[in-house]
Design a protein around this ligand. Structure first.
Ligand code: HXC
Length: 279
């Protein structure tokens, strides 16, 4: 979709880049000429992904374990990155989530999700932002949120609360830092199957099928579609996009929102014809 050098000269950290959507985004950034750094909690996973992505693309991939819930680890990761060269961009991709009846959630369960998604994204963004501002350098932050950041969603309440907070951070800092060369945007994906997310969010095969049947496009998203959008928003070619959230869900959330959207599934061609002939 893009020129091969679209992201040349970029050095981008992708949190949670060892697996899932983060890995797919990293792979695409490499093919477009970026250097990437990936972090996550499991060193063996990061090492394997870094080796595989470098071999597949010929690009430069660095990795370092980091639990983004821990501000000291975030500081250490950024010190290590900046000791070689500053980042040009950050992708807040790491997330934690599981479906549960909300009344059964323990405080630790709430904290686990909020600490990863909300606090972790804030620690990363503020740490990178401070370094960019202190050095007078440009910076670019892209956060992966979800459509239920604004609709809310049953059974994933801590995730909805946290993603709403990341959206608020994105819009707030886009204004506060926009005049100093830093822009922040977000992507709101619909269903993009990954092993980690589906294991925690889609415990029965019939639920996976409903994601497809309820989507206006009758399918789930492909990782390459999401990675293309991430590259677009990361590129300098669209540097005036700031504080935006772009939805990529096949129309899923609007399908659930429109009052009459359900009608099509319950009306036959004969029903529609009968209505027209009543005029
Ligand atoms: C109820 C649960 C639970 C579950 C964990 N807990 N899973 N409670 N139902 N299914 C509770 C535990 O009992 C514990 O509370 C507390 O949460 C912390 O659990 P730990 O396992 O000790 O925490 P930790 O090892 O830090 O794991 C964090 C995690 C885990 C968030 C719970 O799922 C994780 O590591 N996830 C990372 C990857 C991930 O979630 N990927 C999917 C993101 S997808 P107690 O009180 O018992 O000690 C996404 C996209 C959304 O966000 C859009 C999709 C369409």
């Amino acid at each position: 979709m893009f020129k091969n050098d679209l992201l040349a000269g970029h050095r981008i950290l992708i949190t949670g880049g060892g697996t899932g959507i983060g890995r797919s985004i990293g792979h695409h950034f490499l093919t477009l000429g970026a250097e990437i750094v990936i972090c996550g909690r499991r060193e063996a996973v990061l090492e394997q992904t870094a080796t595989e992505l470098a071999a597949a693309t010929g690009g430069k991939v660095q990795y370092k374990p980091c639990d983004i819930r821990d501000a000291a680890q975030v500081e250490g990761l950024c010190d290590w990155i900046w000791a070689e060269a500053p980042l040009t961009g950050l992708v807040n991709n790491a997330a934690g989530n599981f479906i549960a009846q909300s009344e059964t959630l323990s405080p630790r369960a709430v904290d686990a999700v909020l600490n990863i998604v909300l606090h972790g994204s804030a620690y990363m963004t503020l740490n990178c932002g401070k370094r960019w501002l202190d050095a007078g350098q440009r910076g670019n932050v892209l956060s992966i949120i979800t459509t239920y950041a604004w609709t809310g969603s049953a059974f994933v309440v801590p995730s909805a609360m946290a993603k709403a907070g990341v959206l608020a951070m994105t819009r707030s800092l886009a204004v506060e830092w926009g005049g100093r060369g830093i822009r922040l945007n977000a992507i709101a994906p619909g269903p993009f199957p990954t092993a980690g997310a589906w294991e925690r969010l889609v415990p029965k095969p019939e639920l996976a099928a409903i994601f497809e049947s309820q989507n206006p496009q009758k399918r789930v998203g492909r990782h390459d579609e999401l990675a293309n959008l991430a590259a677009f928003l990361m590129s300098d070619a669209v540097g005036f996009i700031n504080g935006e959230v772009v939805t990529i869900d096949g129309g899923e959330w609007l399908q659930g929102a429109g009052q009459f959207n359900f009608v099509g599934e319950h009306m036959s061609p004969a029903d529609w014809q009968a209505l027209r002939s009543k005029k």
